[in-house]
Design a protein around this ligand. Sequence first.
Ligand SMILES: Cc1ncc(COP(=O)(O)O)c(CN[C@@H]2CONC2=O)c1O
Length: 282
Amino acid sequence: EYVIINGDFINRSDAKIDMEDRGYQFGDGVYEVIRVYNGKMFTAKEHLERLMVSGKKIGMEISYSVQEIKDMLTELISKNQLTHGTIYMQVSRGIAPRNHAYPATDVAQTFVANTKSVDRPARNMEKGVNTILVEDIRWLLCDIKSLNLLGNIMAKQKAVDAGCFEAIQHRGDIVTEGSSSNVSIIKDGKVITHPADNLILNGITRQKVLEVCRNNNIPVEEREFSLEELKSADEIFISGTTVEVTPIIEIAGEKVGDGTPGAVSRQIQELFKKAIEEECGC
Ligand SMILES: Cc1ncc(COP(=O)(O)O)c(CN[C@@H]2CONC2=O)c1O
């Protein structure tokens, strides 16, 4: 199993990270998770362009180009003979004696990537999942895909402790997103989802879902929606690189609609599947 560290392909068992790497000590870095279907990356360009933007937003110009990263990841897929799965990659601000202030700009960034073989989440997409509600206590730059995920992992753990799949977060009465997914409701045939501002990550899957809806005359609205609207939605789904388009059938013990995935969610799943087939040929 190969991994990439700073452009070198090494065995996973030989992978070592310096204890003063700022990604390790401060979470000072950015990351992406990219899906691989049929041995090909899906929406790689969109993910890598977002990586560049995340880097810029923390004042860290990524030292590789999109193409250079794409080429390295393509080689990693082939070396690991990955057909269906995900690539995790991150860039930290590098290794330097621990100091909150940024190191000198000539300190090299640390680039790391690895692959994971994982099937599509067929069962969850078919049956839907249950969720809890959690107050969104994260910082106000949630649009940056940063390594700072304590708020996210603590929310996810609350869901797991409650025997649920995901935690739907809200700031007061406004629903924001899942701990590692975006959330959309469907009411009277219209898809409604939180605008892509600083309170959510502008998910690549979210963007693809909006695109296929718009191209297929499914009305969409990017606006804040309330907990009340969530609870009285006809359908709800979460979207993300790992969860794809997964219906939510229960929230905090209350059924969503009739407790089974709805027709519009099914239609969006089909359109999303077509988008994967078009790009990855499977
Ligand atoms: C907080 C948050 N919101 C939304 C999303 C959905 O974004 P994408 O559609 O671009 O995936 C993610 C995905 N997080 C990645 C996806 O898988 N695991 C993760 O940590 C996320 O962590």
